[in-house]
Structure formats: structure tokens, C-alpha cells
Design a protein. Structure first.
Length: 230
């Protein structure tokens, strides 16, 4: 895999101070991904690092950023309004960094949900699709689909990358949700993966193979967006 080094930067968020970010891009990117982190780990978590590198190898630039609470070292996630403002600021920064490129927004778990909520409230400028890496449909042990209610008004294509053993998105609940969203929603199941995209040793795969599966599915979905826009 080609090595790509991230560039450190920062940008302001309405209602908060400046937040840190990492921009990683191949020499000739085909698209940009605004990549928000999960609730318990920031933009430099090993999963975020590996996903950004794997996407760069497939021609996709990524802008990772810290939500304001993570920037301050707090463990308590920001209220939705502030998280949405951070997503919007990151999208604006990505547009500046990736002029002329199609933009996709989304992220891991909490970052995915905050991005989809922001898009549902008011379309993110220039964003042509949303990609969710482990959409958190419900808390562990509390199955529900209430967290999916805001997805219905979203008009851009959505990609759900989900593990079949994800305790925050049980298959029998998420599959009908995606189906009801119609042709604008696609789900790619990662066999035996949990919410962190780890698989048991007996599966015969490891984290690297799962990451290849994830990012290959992302790239294939992106091609469908490019074909629609073409």
C-alpha cells in the first residue's frame, strides 16, 4: 500500500474554539471524504489512521477532525447542535482543500450519526453522498430504530458499512431501515465484524483484511456516484 502522510491543520467551529484536523490525500485524488471520529476515540485512533491510509490508496482524500469535546480532552460528547456545527465547518474546510472534487461526508459511529443529523437538518453544501462506518442504530442491549428517524428526509445517496455482529446495529433492525430508504441507501455487510470492525480468529480474516473489504466497498460505491454525476 502506498504511504501517504497526513497534513496537520486547524479550523474554527461556530460556538467553539479552533479544532485540529488531519488532511491526507493521494497525488491525484478523485474525491474527498469528511471523516468524523467515534465518541470514545479521536481522529488519530488506529482505525481512523488505517482507514484514511487505505482510502488514500484508492484515490480518496480524507479530512479527519476533532469534535470540540475531544479537542478539549473531555469524555462527554458535544451536544448535537455543536457537533453539527463542527461537521459543517469540516465540510467547508474540505471544500477549500479539495476544490472541484466531489465530497462525501460521514464517519465512524458517533461521527456518522452527527453527520447524518446535520445533513437531515439542512443539506451540507457540496456533499454528494454520506458514508457511515458502523452506524450506531441503537445503544448496546437496547434495540430500537428511533435513531434512524432523521434519515428519511435525506436525499443524497447513503452507504452503510456494517458488521454482522455489531451490537449497536442489529442486522434484523438495520436491514429493513435501509430497505425503507429506497435506492438512495446501500448497505455492505462485513461478515462476523463487530462495531469496531474486529472479527473472531476463527473467521480466517484479520483487521487488515476487514479494512480492505471496507475501503474497497467504499470505492466501489463512490464509482456509482461518479457514474450518476457523469
Amino acid at each position: 500500500m502506498t504511504e501517504h502522510q497526513p497534513r496537520s491543520l486547524a479550523f474554527p467551529v461556530d460556538g467553539a474554539d479552533v479544532v485540529s484536523a488531519l488532511f491526507m490525500a493521494p497525488p491525484r485524488p478523485r474525491a474527498g471524504f469528511v471523516f468524523a471520529h467515534g465518541a470514545g476515540a479521536g481522529m488519530t485512533h488506529v482505525f481512523m489512521n488505517q482507514a484514511a491510509a487505505s482510502l488514500a490508496a484508492r484515490g480518496i482524500a480524507t479530512l479527519r477532525f476533532q469534535f470540540p469535546y475531544m479537542e478539549k480532552g473531555s469524555k462527554r460528547p458535544d451536544p448535537p447542535a455543536l457537533a453539527h456545527a463542527a461537521v459543517r465547518a469540516a465540510v467547508a474546510e474540505a471544500a477549500r482543500l479539495c476544490p472541484g472534487l466531489p465530497l462525501v461526508a460521514g464517519g465512524k459511529s458517533f461521527g456518522a450519526r452527527m453527520t447524518s443529523q446535520a445533513q437531515s437538518a439542512a443539506p451540507l453544501p457540496g456533499v454528494t453522498g454520506l458514508a457511515f462506518l458502523g452506524f450506531p442504530l441503537h445503544p448496546a442491549g437496547k434495540p430500537s430504530i428511533v435513531r434512524a428517524d432523521h434519515l428519511a428526509p435525506i436525499e443524497v445517496p447513503m452507504l452503510f458499512l456494517q458488521g454482522t455482529r455489531d451490537k449497536l446495529a442489529e442486522m434484523e433492525l438495520l436491514a429493513p431501515v435501509v430497505k425503507r430508504l429506497g435506492p438512495r441507501a446501500t448497505v455492505h455487510w462485513i461478515d462476523q465484524a463487530d462495531h469496531a470492525f474486529h472479527v473472531p480468529a476463527r473467521s480466517g480474516r484479520n483487521d487488515r483484511a476487514v479494512m480492505e473489504d471496507l475501503t474497497e466497498a467504499f470505492a466501489a460505491w463512490l464509482e456509482t456516484l461518479e457514474a450518476r454525476a457523469g
